[in-house]
Design a protein around this ligand. Structure first.
Ligand code: FAD
Ligand code: EPU
Length: 278
């Protein structure tokens, strides 16, 4: 196990956030020790807006036995494994089930927690068993027991996904790659700049990005934080943005549209008072 104070800006895709004590756990014994004080679990940091002041809780990262998986994707897959690596393996093996997650830069644990996906499929569809560390021991659940819906899971409060068994269907490499290409085409309009994916959940039957676009908010900037010109639901870090600047954009959008935030906000974040410009 490694314990170090690290800037969370370096461990998140948005590249924003102050320091925390990061506990990198490799075994169940490490996990038991790390959870003896208030903690948060970090996956690949791709859905997080972290306070500029960091967070006071321990931040647990899964490594070692929690990031292992068999090259043929049989048996247990560690929750610290990266979804894009598993997807590539599934394509080579001609196993179908993860294609809807193409372009989602998550760890398995983060993808389970958020039920990440696209309209082509979501994480819950590809799960056979989920192993959770909760109340000091391991528990096993089927996906039907975990309250999955659009970008939501009902994992018990404070529980940590440690491993999963995937539910994949034999297909062919060509068929899996063809489905990945479909998802890739649907993602063409998304920006490459630093982000945490879509900032808001879609309201039923509509796209938050489209609604933000129609309101003429694309290009709105606070300091180094901007509503992407390419896709209205991507709030991007142009380089050196603060959490306060990113949050000011969220507030700006919410002042005109009743949208629910999809990003998870860690720590105290108050909006920057810097001028909003377009
Ligand atoms: P983190 O961001 O690190 O954490 C998110 C939440 O999961 C936190 O509550 C954290 O505590 C919890 N968590 C992490 N690991 C565990 C664990 N082992 N056990 C319990 N809880 C855990 N999302 C989509 O759904 N669809 C998309 O198409 C999509 N596209 C994206 C594109 C880009 C370029 C980016 C940057 C993000 C995108 N996202 C998308 C958002 C993001 O990738 C997902 O929300 C993803 O599920 C987050 O996973 P993570 O491992 O990065 O989790
Ligand atoms: N649109 C606009 N202007 C914009 C953005 C979108 O007019 O600025 C229009 C598009 O032209 C399209 C419609 O809105 O007609 C839907 O857009 P898109 O296909 O981009 O899908 P989305 O609903 O905006 C969702 C997910 C993404 C996922 C894509 C691809 C949410 C909040 N967003 O976006 O997920 O990658 O579909 O399937 O569910 C995420 O959750 O972080 C995320 C990136």
């Amino acid at each position: 196990m490694k314990i170090a104070r690290l800037p969370l800006a370096r461990l998140t895709t948005l590249g924003v956030g102050g320091e925390a004590e990061v506990w990198t756990v490799e075994t169940l014994a490490d996990l038991v020790q790390a959870t003896q004080a208030p903690y948060r679990v970090l996956g690949n940091g791709s859905n997080l807006l972290v306070s500029d002041a960091g967070v006071p809780e321990r931040v647990i990262r899964l490594s070692g036995e929690f990031a292992e998986w068999n090259p043929d994707l049989s048996g247990w897959v560690g929750a610290g494994a990266l979804v894009p690596s598993l997807l590539q393996a599934s394509a080579r093996l001609g196993l179908s089930g993860l294609e809807g997650l193409h372009g989602v830069p998550a760890q398995v644990g983060g993808a389970v927690k958020m039920n990440a996906g696209t309209r082509f499929g979501e994480m819950a569809d590809a799960l056979e068993v989920v192993e959770l560390f909760h109340d000091g021991r391991l528990h096993h659940f089927g996906p039907a027991e975990l309250g999955f819906r659009y970008r939501h899971s009902g994992l018990p409060e404070g529980s940590i996904v440690t491993r999963v068994k995937l539910k994949l269907t034999p297909s062919s490499e060509e068929a899996v790659r063809a489905r990945i290409a479909l998802v890739d085409a649907a993602r063409k309009g998304q920006p490459k700049k630093k982000s945490a994916g879509c900032a808001f959940k879609n309201p039923p039957g509509d796209s938050a990005g489209r609604l933000i676009d129609v309101k003429g908010l694309k290009g709105t900037t606070v300091g180094k934080a901007m509503i992407s010109l390419e896709h209205g639901n991507f709030l991007v870090n142009l380089g050196g943005a603060t959490a306060a600047e990113m949050y000011a954009l969220i507030r700006k959008v919410q002042s005109v549209l009743p949208l629910e935030v999809e990003w998870e906000i860690w720590g105290e974040v108050t909006p920057a008072e810097a001028e909003v410009s377009r």
